[in-house]
Design a protein around this ligand. Sequence first.
Ligand code: DC
Length: 239
Amino acid sequence: MNNTSTTPKKIVIAIDGFSSCGKSTFAKSIAAKLGYIFIDTGAMYRAVTLYALENEGIRNGIVDEEVIVRQLDEITITFRFNPRRGASDIYVNGDLVEGKIRTIEVSNFVSPVSSIREVREKLVAMQQEMGARRGVVMDGRDIGTVVFPDAELKIYMTADARVRAERRYAELQAKGESVSFDEVLENVVSRDKADMSRAISPLRQAEDAIVLDNSHMSVEEQMEWFEREFERVQRSLQA
Ligand code: DC
């Protein structure tokens, strides 16, 4: 895929954007193609939210910030590559939680949890350490703006809210979760709003990010688009 004569330089690829626009699928394919490490930062915020739900940090639908901040010292998040999925699974204190973090319950509470300053500080520091040696594809909301403002390639992904809700609905249905389409759409729209309007590290397009609207693009088309952009960046780094 690389036409340049020298070895491609290992870079950081930052992918930010709305929920359910296929960031993880896209990021995973890129990482597999390049032999990079893929880090799903949303999974880290979801893992903290799950821990809070299971350990009284969220009680009767109320998010207790003080308890969650205290819990941060009890939580160790690790990733282990799962060859079957072609991506890393997330573990909390050694327990595999990959399947438990994608429920509608976790989705409903992850925005308030991810707007807690101490939560962000802990997870951002971990993300920076994981990407320190470059060669990573990281997806989230603030990767190109806060975590790696010096990322060589920044992509801002977007897609129509209804298209995104349809994708998430199909995923939840496949897992057997009983949820209505309207509930999923409502969650997508309210998370967009919460992610863009929170005080700390809101979702926004970095000035030097390029936009990928994949509402009507197949995965193959997105990969072709990516290959052109990756080669452009490599040419500019080697010029
Ligand atoms: O990508 P996702 O839908 O799994 O992310 C879950 C939530 O985590 C999302 O609503 C916003 C939050 N998040 C964040 O605040 N910063 C990130 N870098 C990644 C996710």
